[in-house]
Write a new protein. Structure first.
Length: 230
């Protein structure tokens, strides 16, 4: 399954982009991750430099968004939630609040058309501005720029029992963006999560500077045109 990949001039991969769960091999994934430990160390340094350089601009955007949230929804500005990260460790993820105050649906993925999402919140989600506070998570070492997205603790327990190889996602730090995010998009159901896991397994097998740079480019492309996500 260690298939080489390449991109054509249209930005499409000419080799398989995901690993079918029926053909996945845990030993190959473990070997691929172990053989790239050097890259994880380099990547951590890149994360810190990137966050420090982009930090001032990010703080300005967060400040503007915070004022808009206070004016339209009131406080609090930030939303924190427990997520499962590297090696199964639980951490608090930070986001800008996009929904009306209401009892949290623990262990339930937020639907795209959730009635709790405000008009401003919808804009923040479409532009992904609501994710910018996670630069703090990256600086702390909870997350990285590129990697599988961290999931809620109850959902991880559910997926562990229903999806084979799900825990392999935790072999690397979770990311602000990732291969599954730019190629598949948002997951609302277990079926969606199964497909995203296949993209995550592909990433684990092939992660490195070339693929990460390609994901970074696709991330900016998706920000310009969300319809690019399949």
């Amino acid at each position: 399954m260690l298939t080489k990949f390449s991109a054509d001039v249209k930005g499409e991969y000419t080799a398989p982009e995901r690993v079918c769960l029926t053909k996945a091999n845990a030993e190959q994934v473990l070997w691929a991750v172990a053989s790239r430990q050097w890259y994880c160390s380099v990547k951590r340094g890149v994360d810190i430099v990137f966050v420090l350089l982009a930090g001032p601009a990010v703080l300005i955007v967060i400040a503007i968004a915070a004022v808009a949230i206070l004016c339209t929804m009131g406080g609090p500005v930030f939303y924190v939630q427990e997520r499962v990260g590297y090696k199964g460790r639980v951490f608090w993820i930070w986001k800008l609040r996009t929904m009306k105050p209401a009892p949290e649906k623990v262990g339930v993925a937020t639907a795209i058309n959730d009635c709790r999402i405000t008009p401003l919140g919808q804009f923040l989600r479409i532009t992904h501005i609501d994710e910018l506070p996670q630069f703090w998570n990256i600086l702390r070492g909870d997350m990285t720029l590129i990697g599988p997205r961290p999931e809620q603790v109850p959902l991880v327990e559910e997926y562990r029992n229903s999806l084979p190889y799900y825990d392999l996602r935790h072999l690397v730090r979770p990311g602000l963006s990732g291969w599954a995010q730019v190629r598949y998009g948002y997951a609302e159901t277990v079926h969606d999560t199964r497909h995203k896991l296949e993209y995550d397994l592909f990433y684990l097998l092939h992660h490195g500077p070339v693929l990460d740079l390609w994901i970074l480019w696709l991330t900016f492309s998706v920000l310009r045109d969300p319809k690019m996500v399949r």
